[in-house]
Design a protein around this ligand. Structure first.
Ligand code: NAD
Length: 421
């Protein structure tokens, strides 16, 4: 139940559908086409009985959703988190479809997840659950079908277990079945940093557009995992001041700027940012309201809603997370003049380098990290320019412009493929 006076949080899938309609309306997309591209093509729900270390069997629930294959095989991460639900995975798969189309890579959208708390599981339990999940979704995945990758609380080791399980059942090594693998198993150089690096490239473009220098800008980052820590590191190395950072256990602040490489080390050793030397601890609800220039939500969906959006003071919001701003909050922030770099553009660096990894695996030919970064920068720069052009020409928000670009490309592909009679 929401507290008295609080506004109930929107289900992420409802938010995804609402944003779809805004983009489709702006494109004046016909109803028939909307019906064809709006909903997931295929949904698989699996039961995962797993033997825990104490001998008892625990049943986990898992999902794989393929939203669209109109432009290529499905692509999307796997999330291990207590709040994973079918609706959340459907929302994330839907966003993947538009995201792959925004950066114009030949993939459709998919996503997977298991409702679990990896922080309370041993390494062996996590491996057994991952392998059971991989075997259960095996009919849907494959290099030509649907290629998973890491998302919240999954990492290269988990991708290695999925690749191994898939390969054992096939009888030969199939590195192209997942991306975000360790480099020694066919992973790409630069994949680990790709999402945060892509976020950084889009912030650079936004600053160029708004005619402000990154130097001295104050940055707040919510979520200090793969996406958030790399974005914070690159911003800090480019003379911005990262003044506050949060993870699931708390928030730390230093108005003169946190030393991000040292904070990354602290997080690695203590599994939290809390207690970092030279920082003060602040309440999570104070973080989003800090006076800053750039806010990077890099944790989970719905972090900024109609309750807390009025307090946000950032000029630029860079959505490293998927769906961190609800549609209601979006309107409030737009009215305040915030420049929002929407998730399907801002965090698309991850899937872009996943695409590079898949290409390298398929060709058995691997690139230097400089090649990965320069190709990524080009993709992010071009995609940002395309979205901005639509925004300026059509006088719409960056989010609607990104949706128009992504949805428009998927609609065109769907139209060209036609309907099976
Ligand atoms: P991660 O597991 O590496 O990190 C998640 C971080 O968020 C952790 O530091 C965790 O402590 C923090 N967190 C969780 N709940 C929080 C809360 N309530 N308040 C503050 N912090 C909280 O995950 P990630 O891969 O960095 O993913 C973060 C977001 O970025 C997700 O929305 C994900 O879908 C999105 N994303 C990730 C990738 C990728 O390649 N990893 C690509 C695109 C988008």
């Amino acid at each position: 139940m929401p507290q008295a006076g609080a506004i109930e949080k929107k289900n992420a899938y409802e938010a995804a559908l609402e944003n779809f309609e805004l983009g489709a309306d702006a494109l004046e997309l016909e109803e028939d086409l909307r019906e064809m591209i709006k909903y997931p093509e295929r949904i698989l729900q699996v039961n995962l009985p797993v033997r825990m270390d104490d001998g008892h069997i625990h049943r986990f629930e898992g999902f794989r959703v393929q939203h669209s294959m109109a432009r290529g095989p499905g692509k999307g991460g796997i999330r291990f988190h207590p709040s994973v639900s079918l609706d959340e995975v459907k929302a994330l798969a839907t966003w993947m479809t538009w995201k792959c189309a925004v950066v114009n890579i030949p993939f459709g959208g998919a996503k997977g997840g298991v409702t679990c708390n990896p922080k309370e599981m041993s390494e062996r339990e996590l491996e057994r659950m991952t392998r059971r999940y991989a075997a259960s979704i095996l009919p849907l995945i494959g290099p030509e079908q649907d290629i998973p990758a890491p998302d919240v609380y999954t990492n290269p080791q988990i991708m290695a277990w999925i690749m191994d399980t898939y390969s054992m059942i096939k009888g030969y090594p199939v590195s192209g079945v997942v991306t975000g693998k360790p480099v020694s198993l066919g992973g790409s150089l630069g994949r680990n940093e790709a999402t945060g690096r892509g976020v950084f490239y889009t912030i650079q473009r936004a600053c160029e557009h708004l005619k402000v220098s990154l130097k001295g800008l104050r940055v707040v980052v919510q979520g200090f995992g793969n996406a958030g820590s790399v974005a914070a590191h690159l911003l800090g190395s480019n003379q911005s001041h990262v003044i506050a950072v949060a993870d699931s256990r708390g928030c730390v602040c230093n108005l003169s700027g946190l030393d991000i490489p040292k904070l990354m080390l602290h997080k690695k050793q203590k599994s939290t940012v809390v207690g970092f030397e030279g920082s003060e601890t602040i309440r999570p609800d104070k973080l989003l309201a800090l006076d800053c220039d750039i806010l990077v939500p890099a944790a989970l969906e719905n972090a900024i809603d109609a309750n807390n959006a009025p307090a946000v003071r950032a000029r630029i919001i860079a959505e490293a997370a998927n769906g961190p701003v609800t549609p209601e909050a979006d309107k409030i922030l737009e009215n305040k003049g915030c420049f929002i770099i929407p998730d399907i553009l801002c965090n698309a660096g991850g899937v872009t380098v996943s695409y590079f990894e898949w290409v390298q695996d398929e060709q058995h030919l691997f690139w230097e990290v400089e090649d990965v970064y320069s190709r990524l920068e080009r993709v992010m720069k071009n995609s940002f320019a395309e979205v901005l052009k639509i925004r300026l020409e059509r006088k719409v928000s960056m989010r609607t412009a990104a949706n128009m670009l992504g949805i428009g490309r998927v609609a065109e592909a769907t139209k060209l493929r036609g309907l099976y009679p």
